[in-house]
Design a protein around this ligand. Sequence first.
Ligand SMILES: O=C(O)C(=O)C[C@@H](O)[C@H](O)[C@H](O)COP(=O)(O)O
Length: 353
Amino acid sequence: MEQRVIISRNLETELAIAISECEHDRLFVLTDEVTHEQCLPLVNNFFCLKGAKVITIGSTDVHKNLESLAHVWQGLDDGGADRHSCLINLGGGMVTDLGGFAASTFKRGIDFINIPTTLLSMVDASVGGKTGINFNGLKNEVGVFNDSKFVLLDTRFLRTLDDKNLRSGYAEMLKHGLISNEKTWADLLQFDLSNPDYDQLQALVAASVKVKEKVVSRDPNEKGLRKALNYGHTFGHAFESFSLKHHAEGEAPILHGYAVAYGLICELFLSVVKTGFPSEQMRQTVRFIRDNYGSFNISCDDYDELIALMRHDKKNMSGVINFTLLDAIGDVLINQTATDEEIREALDFFREG
Ligand SMILES: O=C(O)C(=O)C[C@@H](O)[C@H](O)[C@H](O)COP(=O)(O)O
């Protein structure tokens, strides 16, 4: 059965139907500490979740690791899960990625349902079957492609989101705009992230999910076209891993979407320099990103480490760093390379504008 993505109108009814179409002798709900407090109360008294056992892991990407994964497997074991049980992932991208991986590997695979609660997870992480954890300081280093049976997308959860998480998810929408068409891209640049209109956002979310679904349906296992969805991520994942390692004590590492936004700046620059992307459209996008995401503090001394991180990108072939670039909005070029010198120039552009 293919993954079914449903823009929810009545979450309780749709969840009941989804569960009935999955193996579900025992039900489990995975939350993180934040969604346990803010989102679980919105679904906890659903009749279809009666008797479900709740498993909770730490929040943010810092916990997207082996320990949390083992905690979920343990929770499933303790709750008597067998191969006919079902895991419902209620949370952001970290929960849907990690929960999806836990479900895909427990007893070699049980059914799971994603209920994304963040913008990032709604438009990106919960759709398309990429599951996994970070490992060895590298983003999503271990995982499998495996679709949740359902994604139930209820935009009411967006109202529980803080400003930073809203902006984080929006970066992936911006990416979808850049890889799809000028109209979607231009609509996205008009949106006021400081004063979000949730009705307008709901329409943009629906359009954004369609971009992702369309790409994934043509290339579910990222043999080619799906690399379009990784635009901004060669630099983005390097920034994110760098920040996970070096963030100051008491300060949170940058959120995934912020890293992607910064990655987009670098990869737009490379797109202009290497593949002829129009520089005015780059400038407009970069201005929007700088205005809405600020910057990330790196110096020239960090370049070698960032390039070393890029050498682990999953798109690479034969040890050569691989980029997705654009020659125009909606015109994606996969399997592009750049010299270390060009990568450094892109980092200079990121730092200096
Ligand atoms: O779904 C995809 O394919 C993507 O590349 C979407 C990305 O936005 C997403 O962050 C993804 O999890 C990154 O995957 P990775 O394969 O580069 O780790």
